[in-house]
Write a protein that binds this ligand. Structure first.
Ligand code: NAD
Length: 298
């Protein structure tokens, strides 16, 4: 069992840290927000006095933070006190360039490093069934593996530093595009007088099948239970999908990759969020599209 510092005790961080603690690890958490620290303490977590206090003498430090700027700042704070040979795991979803910068900073301190963003959301964090997409050296991956086993059900070693973030944004760009496609197909079916159940039965076993239809169908009462059956309560909020799509477009710009549908998906989720739907599940795109006249959707 390891001594672990866990920084960022928000919606994802608290259940992840709690699962590590329940598994018998010695976990010291910290969050800049007093209310987050209080909520984590109520969950039974031990709270340190600062980010560096949580990291000091920890064998492994896990970050679960909102964005790359914050993750980079906090990484530098904790790297200043981490011992040689210890491991920094950044589970936040951030841009690939900053992830690679954090790997380089860790390298300079002879600290091992992994970027390990997750999919599975708050439910997966709570159930310990997250999927980790991991970038970094093999030795670091092996050291982090026991933690991934506790916090998740799958960890894919995607390659070198930054490759976990690269996998995450490519996956989520595809998810954003496919969800919009699913919403458009069900909206068109409705206009054509075709029953949504009939469309589901066809698509889910045909060439149009995809996770957005088969597992997370954006219409109520069709397919397995999904946020559509719960008035589009997130789930995976549209604002978080917009964040990931924006990261994909930043990466596409940096690498001159052509992603026209990724760009259009980003614009549509941006419009959905601007219309006040940022907290709605991202499959609520179907309702947003229904409020648009065809010419207004560009
Ligand atoms: P959150 O906003 O609930 O939690 C982030 C926490 O970080 C907050 O409590 C905040 O106070 C803390 N924080 C900010 N700056 C800090 C600092 N300088 N030092 C210490 N703590 C600081 O966010 P979340 O939903 O837990 O998501 C965390 C990360 O996981 C994000 O990168 C997000 O994109 C990613 N993610 C979230 C989900 C989801 O469903 N919520 C799913 C997959 C990935």
């Amino acid at each position: 069992m390891a001594k672990i510092g866990f920084i960022g005790l928000g919606n994802m961080g608290v259940p992840m840290a709690r699962n590590l603690s329940t598994a018998g690890h010695e976990v010291y958490g910290y969050d800049v927000a007093p209310q987050a620290r209080d909520a984590a303490a109520e969950e039974g977590l031990t709270i340190a006095d600062s980010n560096s206090g949580a990291a000091e003498s920890a064998e492994i430090v896990v970050l679960m933070l909102p964005n790359g700027t914050i993750a980079d700042t906090v990484a530098n704070e904790v790297l200043a006190v981490m011992a040689q040979g210890s491991l920094l795991i950044d589970c936040s979803t951030i841009d690939v360039a900053t992830a690679r910068k954090i790997h380089q900073s860790a390298d300079e301190k002879t600290v091992m490093c992994l970027d390990a963003p997750v999919s599975g959301g708050v439910g997966g964090a709570d159930a310990g069934s997250l999927t980790f997409m991991v970038g970094g050296a093999q030795a670091a991956f092996e050291k982090g593996a026991p933690l991934f086993d506790v916090m998740g059900s799958k960890a894919v070693h995607c390659g070198d530093g930054g490759d976990g973030q690269a996998a995450k944004i490519c996956n989520n760009m595809l998810l954003g595009i496919s969800m919009i496609g699913a919403c458009e197909a069900f909206s068109l079916a409705d206009k054509l007088g075709l029953s949504k159940s009939a469309l589901f039965d066809v698509v889910s076993t045909s060439s149009g099948s995809c996770w957005s239809v088969n597992t997370y169908c954006p219409v109520p009462g069709v397919g397995p239970q999904s946020p559509a059956d719960n008035d589009y309560k997130a789930g995976f909020a549209a604002a978080l999908m917009l964040k990931d799509l924006s990261l994909s477009q930043e990466a596409a710009g940096d690498t001159s990759a052509a992603t026209p549908l990724g760009q259009h998906a980003t614009e549509l989720y941006s419009a959905m969020v601007d219309a006040g739907n940022g907290g709605t599940d991202f499959s609520g795109m179907i309702r947003y599209l229904e409020t648009q006249t065809p010419n207004a959707v560009t």
